[in-house]
Design a protein around this ligand. Structure first.
Ligand code: ZN
Length: 141
């Protein structure tokens, strides 16, 4: 299987890799991205808090606000970098192409732009299954 990793990308071939092995690889891959994915619900809650703060004039102490914002900022940076680094395909060893949305937060708004998403189910270079669901699809036949 090592000779697949050099040169241009070979397409993933389920016949060459054991299902159990593919499943283990997919689970490991998803675990690595868990913290990157957990950012999304946090930013969602943060957005709600920001909305309440702005329009409902919630008496949220500035210290709490500062912490929420600081955590979000650090986490976003972590999520983007980790998604890029940890999104490297275990089969073809390549970075994922830009595949979705990234979140941005500033003092006024939460925004989306095209970027890298940690919700990866399949390598978009060699089509290897990188989630349990995708493995089951590939090995169903
Ligand atoms: Zn790949």
């Amino acid at each position: 299987m090592d000779n697949n990793k050099t040169g241009f990308t070979a397409q993933f071939d389920p016949a060459q890799i054991d299902k159990a092995e593919a499943l283990a690889t997919a689970k490991k891959f998803q675990q690595r991205l868990l913290l990157s994915k957990a950012l999304y619900p946090y930013v969602f809650l943060f957005g709600i808090a920001a909305f309440c703060h702005k329009y409902l004039h919630l008496p949220l102490p500035n210290v709490v606000w500062g912490w929420l914002f600081g955590i979000a900022a650090v986490w976003i940076v972590y999520s983007i970098i980790s998604t890029l680094v940890l999104g490297i395909c275990p089969y073809c060893q390549q970075f994922q192409k830009l595949n979705g949305q990234t979140l941005g937060v500033d003092a006024q708004s939460v925004s989306y732009s095209k970027g890298v998403s940690p919700f990866i189910h399949r390598c978009n270079r060699c089509a290897a299954p990188l989630s349990v669901k995708a493995v089951n699809q590939d090995y169903a036949a």
